[in-house]
Ligand binder design. Structure first.
Ligand SMILES: CC(=O)N[C@H]1[C@@H](OP(=O)(O)O)O[C@H](CO)[C@@H](O)[C@@H]1O
Ligand SMILES: [Mg+2]
Length: 580
């Protein structure tokens, strides 16, 4: 009973004995003691309601200790549930401001945490006392039939931890370690500063029994990049001179990792700015989110870079956008090549290789290539992709939703307009490609096409969107096509669009349909939005509550920039008047 002596169980009717009985049904006393003792170190902040959201928990870093500790516990349980497979924990708040931080879980597949576990994450993050926390864990462990405790000594959980460059990362990582270790026998392994996609890649590789260090990640990137370079028709002769690309690292982890990778890349003229070493602040006036939303040059770029191909990463390097400063620009406006345009370039390249193969396909087993977008995709990109004859499907915002849909194809390409995306190859399709590669005559067009596809499947991160691997693929495709960034931009012309964030007292008051294009609540707002849309040629607009920030997002598109701005503003006004 010593376990509970130190606990003030308050004035509730709760008795230590009943706690002991109910908890021990799923967990032994030493396990309960461990949880109670460690949770004492991390009191829940009052008056903060936490939600796992679109991409894990995020918020002011000062308020996150207990959340991160609790997600540490969850990750150990997740590992145990899945036969002690390795689970990843990433401490990052991506494109949010530097004083924020966050945590997300990478499942053993390398993908996002199964959505079935999100309600449990919300529950434990919001548990108001150690007693409630332990009780929730006990119930969950019982429901999920997770075996923890003495009898499991030989099979323990393993969690790999990574963090971005935020100053708060180190102490939060310690909190996560304590959380993991409070599930007895679990092992937390600190993998240091990483990009989010690196950790996801490493977790996936580890669970597939492959080499899984950070060096293996780099080696995989430059080997497959080199392979694609070697497969460029005429080895680049008669093609565009390889021109320079300048990368904005958002003053975060991505620029630093790209610097490491650059040592081994000799077919790329690469300049890296905003590495964070020159005094710049993470995500402040820099990075993919800033460039994509504001459509202006990031700090450190200017008139000297006119017409040069530039790219921006976000704070944890899972997003990538390209841009250039047009000659005629007298302002700081950029021509943006967003996730939709990267998706289009990838789709075009993959389709070209598949066409070469399918022509040769005697059995007529054509491969299923599909693309996945969200409601934020520019309408012009969707028209373009459809006109290419591609199967275009839509998913809710958040890569976990896009990833799921892309996995239904032999090759599924998904991208959010903000630059998060990748190309998924199904295991069966990869085996088919590898078998074909062996059968076909070396040097034939078919052999080259199949080899390119295999190299792309190795280069591009199969777990999540990855700015580093995305950048390398864009670069090699441009060299393959002999295209400048301007030529690439001409694939289609974006419809003018505008995004606005509206702060409201309760963003949860906005409830949308599953496609997120219509608001069901507050009642009447959708009719009012529709009436606004009708006033604009090619007008389209929708609202949804953000899953990562305390705002309602407004998106609008129309045939001119003025019209898109005006439509977005009118809809923002409606949001304020219905919810303000
Ligand atoms: C419009 C927009 O860019 N939304 C972003 C943003 O989600 P919100 O739920 O919209 O806050 O952050 C997510 C995580 O990075 C990303 O997946 C998503 O695309
Ligand atoms: Mg990110």
């Amino acid at each position: 009973m010593f376990l509970f002596d130190r606990w003030d169980l308050g004035a509730s009717s709760f008795s230590p004995l009943s706690l002991s009985h109910s908890l021990t049904s799923a967990m032994d006393e030493s396990q309960i003691a461990s949880l109670l003792k460690s949770s004492e170190l991390f009191p829940t902040p009052q008056s903060v309601k936490l939600s796992y959201g679109t991409a894990g928990f995020r918020g002011d870093a000062k308020l996150l200790d207990s959340t991160v500790y609790r997600v540490g516990i969850l990750s150990a349980l997740r590992s145990l549930k899945l036969g002690s497979s390795t689970v990843g924990l990433m401490i990052t708040a991506s494109h949010n401001k530097v004083s924020d931080n966050g945590i997300k879980v990478a499942d053993p597949s390398g993908g996002m945490l199964s959505q079935e576990w999100e309600p449990f994450a919300d529950q434990i993050a919001n548990a108001s006392s150690p007693r409630e926390l332990v009780s929730l864990i006990r119930e969950f462990v019982e429901k999920e039939e997770i075996a923890i405790g003495e009898e499991k000594k030989n099979k323990s959980a393993e969690v790999w931890l990574g963090r971005d460059t935020r100053p708060s990362g180190e102490s939060l990582l310690r909190a996560a370690e304590i959380g993991v270790s409070s599930i007895l026998g679990s092992v937390a392994i600190d993998k240091g500063i990483l990009t989010t996609p690196q950790l996801h890649w490493m977790v996936r590789a580890k669970n597939k029994g492959l080499k899984a260090t950070e060096n293996d990640y780099f080696e995989n990137l430059f080997t497959s990049f080199r392979c694609l370079i070697d497969l460029i028709p005429n080895s680049g002769k008669d093609k565009l001179e390889v021109s320079k690309v300048i990368v904005d690292g958002a003053n975060g982890v991505g620029g630093l990792k790209l610097e490491e990778l650059r040592e081994s890349l000799n077919n790329l003229d690469l300049e890296i700015r905003n590495t964070g070493r020159d005094g710049g602040v993470l995500n402040e006036g820099v990075g993919a989110d800033f460039v994509q939303k504001e459509k202006v040059v990031p700090l450190g770029f200017g008139s000297k870079d006119v017409e040069t191909r530039c790219a921006s990463f976000d704070g944890d390097a899972d997003r990538l956008v390209y841009f250039y400063i047009p000659t005629e620009s007298s302002t700081d406006k950029v021509e943006l090549l967003d996730g939709d345009k990267i998706l289009s370039l990838f789709a075009l390249f993959i389709k070209e290789q598949l066409n070469t193969l399918d022509d040769d396909d005697k059995e007529g087993t054509r491969s299923r290539l599909g693309v996945v977008q969200t409601a934020y995709a520019n309408g012009a990109s969707t028209d373009y992709l459809k006109q290419l004859g591609l199967d275009v499907v839509f998913a809710k915002t958040g890569v976990k939703h896009l990833h799921e849909k892309a996995a239904e194809f032999d090759i599924g390409i998904y991208f959010e307009a903000n630059g998060h995306g990748t190309i998924l190859f199904s295991e069966t399709f990869i085996s088919l490609l590898v078998a074909k590669q062996k059968d076909l005559t070396q040097g034939s067009e078919e052999h080259k096409a199949v080899s390119r596809l295999v190299a792309v499947s190795n280069l591009i991160n199969q777990a999540v969107g990855d700015a580093l691997s995305g950048l390398l693929l864009v670069e090699v495709i441009l060299q393959h096509m002999g295209w400048s960034v301007q030529k690439w931009n001409e694939l289609y012309k974006d419809l003018p669009s505008r995004q606005i964030k509206v702060e409201v007292p309760d963003r949860a008051a906005v409830v949308t349909t599953s496609e997120e294009t219509e608001a069901l609540k507050p009642l009447g707002i959708q009719d009012a939005i529709n009436a606004e849309i009708k006033k604009y040629p090619r007008g389209r607009a929708f609202i949804r509550p953000s899953g990562t920030e305390d705002v309602v997002r407004v998106y609008a598109e129309a045939s001119t920039q003025e019209a898109a701005d005006s439509l977005a503003n009118s809809v923002a006004q409606l949001v304020k008047s219905f919810l303000g």
